[in-house]
Design a protein around this ligand. Structure first.
Ligand code: UDP
Length: 324
């Protein structure tokens, strides 16, 4: 039996693929390589295909006995989702329906899904727990929430078993340096700050200094990508022992401001770089910190790399020798 990793050439999917292989699972990575990197798939079998094509999906299920699916294949640029919602709803929602349809046809009932704290929108309270109201403020978050809803309905009607993992800010890289974060275009804080430290960009821009936070910059909960990978593996084990389908926040339950991240980048790299203070970026809530007790209690998860310096150090190590 194999595990299908849709979107396994992307940042989080590739780390989960490595983790699953290290745990002895056979994986099939399915990716259209629009944003993913072929070089990031160093473990398992690679299949180039697109979730918009039922035939592409079906050919994987014909050739491999798939026990469970990990689903990372989605577009994830918030700003772009506001400009081009159609692209997001087709890719993130409609294509997931194709995947679920083929899974049902082949009797595959387990799925682990890449959801997001963006499904909450402006939080009612911090830390954010799973029971909080979900009211996304952009099409990206809405597309992920729609998929969560679809899972709920498919679970009731068709016996789908799912774990939807709501990530806070995924960060860092494989501690062994084999894979890491590489987005084109890059919009994320830590890779951009590391580029500034390495002299690849002239400065780093802080988006907003007038938030109601201790230093005025946004506060986020950064979670190491390998800790995310571990949670995915634990979610699979949980579903395999007949655990109840559900939603799990994944974060470190601690807030770090943009200015604190910049300081961590300077400490880790030993490099100085220019910091420009800009206006707010639209759609950014002031504070997002996860309450992650459920994942700890139910899945037995505990982050191994909670320190921001450690997260930045792994990302720095990767960015200096990045292979893609
Ligand atoms: N951010 C910033 N400058 C940048 C990129 C990001 O100040 O060049 C801020 C952004 O406003 C947010 C935090 O860093 O508060 C994390 O942003 P990122 O894009 O990494 O992740 P997101 O929170 O959007 O998922």
């Amino acid at each position: 039996m194999a595990i299908l990793v849709c979107g396994g050439a992307g940042y989080i999917g590739s780390h989960v693929n490595k983790f699953l292989n290290r745990k002895g699972y056979e994986t099939v990575v399915f990716d259209n390589l629009v944003y993913g990197h072929r070089e990031a798939v160093k473990w398992g079998t690679f299949v180039k295909g697109d979730l918009s094509s039922e035939e592409d999906i079906e050919s994987v299920f014909q050739q491999h006995e798939i026990d469970a699916v990990f689903h990372f294949a989605a577009y994830a640029y918030v700003g772009e989702s506001v400009e081009q919602p159609e692209k997001y709803y087709y890719n993130n929602v409609a294509n997931t329906l194709n995947l679920l349809k083929v899974m049902r046809k082949y009797g595959c009932a387990k799925i682990i899904f890449s959801s997001t704290c963006a499904t909450y929108g402006e939080p009612e309270a911090v830390p954010i727990t799973e029971e909080q109201r979900q009211d996304p403020i952009n099409p990206y978050g809405a597309s992920k929430l729609m998929v969560e809803r679809i899972f709920r309905d498919y679970a009731r009607a068709y016996g789908l078993r799912f774990a939807a993992l709501r990530y806070f800010n995924a960060a860092g890289a494989d501690p062994e340096g084999e894979i890491g974060e590489s987005h084109r275009p890059e919009t994320h804080l830590i890779p951009l700050a590391l580029d500034a430290a390495a002299g690849r960009r002239k400065d780093f821009k802080v988006f907003g200094t007038d938030y109601e936070t201790p230093d005025g910059s946004c506060v986020r909960d950064y979670i190491h990508v390998m800790d995310l990978a571990k949670a995915h593996y634990l979610a699979l084990e949980y579903l395999k022992r007949q655990g109840k389908s559900g939603f799990f926040n994944l974060g470190n339950e601690r807030g770090t401001s943009v200015i604190e991240v910049i300081q961590a980048v300077k400490n880790v790299t030993g490099k100085e770089f220019a910091v420009a203070y800009e206006d707010r970026r639209s759609g950014d809530p002031a504070i997002l910190v996860g309450g992650c007790g459920k994942a700890k209690r139910v899945l037995g998860w505990e982050p191994v790399y909670p320190e921001i310096e450690q997260i930045v150090a792994h990302a720095w190590n990767w960015s200096q020798n990045a292979q893609f």
